[in-house]
Design a binder for this molecule. Sequence first.
Ligand code: UTP
Length: 277
Amino acid sequence: MIRKCLFPAAGYGTRFLPATKAVPKEMLPILTKPLLQYAVEEAMSAGISNMAIVTGRGKRAIEDHFDNSIELESQLRGSKNEHYLTEIKNVIEHASFTYVRQSQMLGLGHAILTGEPLIGNEPFGVILADDFCISKEDSVLGQLIKVYDEYKCSIIAIEEVPINEVRSYGIVTGTLVDGSEDLYHVSDLIEKPSAEDAPSNLAIIGRYILTPDIFEILKDLKPGKNGEIQITDALIAQAKKGNVIAYKFKAKRFDCGSIEGFVEATNYLAELNGFSS
Ligand code: UTP
């Protein structure tokens, strides 16, 4: 059973400067809701109530967001504006939040390792809030949990991307599971390859179920691509033992770590909610 979800949220958000100088990238809103709240709600919809967030310097707004605000609540109580707090109150009431600080931003793998004291020795979900996913039925994390329940190994969400974009992603080598159209046994992975070196166009996106042996693997890793501790390198060690399944998820994904993706997601939700002109 997957009880906990880890949210690495310590990155600098350089591509959104100056907005991210004092505001965490994960707190940037699509319409009125921060990216990280969408991510937490996705975990809740997958049956998880224990949220573990990796923060860093300048990220205190995250802890304040997922806490009661007595003054604001008493101000709005009984007024016509009280409903604006309904969704976040629901999150605070039904989920618990723990935090750990990553003191040096040494990469996603390092951020996940920093979360070990919050997770312990059990399989767990990981959501990168800047990969914003909208699905009609099961959330992407919910879909991954169903696959985990069957295979009991690490599960990674993948999507086909245009070949000229593979250099922005971890890319998977694998073979289709017998009789399946969307599940792959992963034999190898490569972080941000050139189009020429890419073994496929199957890109890893920001949703994972990881088994806890990943922590020991991460502890032994040397910095990889861009001098960072890469989660992709840790997954290679699991894949070599046949312990990684990749799943082509069913949802619409927006790369909200890029300006284009962020604008696209905003326009999409604006139209969906009747705000577009
Ligand atoms: P990104 O590389 O997309 O985020 O990391 P970033 O570094 O904040 O963005 P840019 O490139 O500077 O614009 C993916 C996720 O991993 C987290 C980020 O917060 C983001 O959610 N991360 C990354 C960490 O928590 N720690 C790190 O050391 C690196």
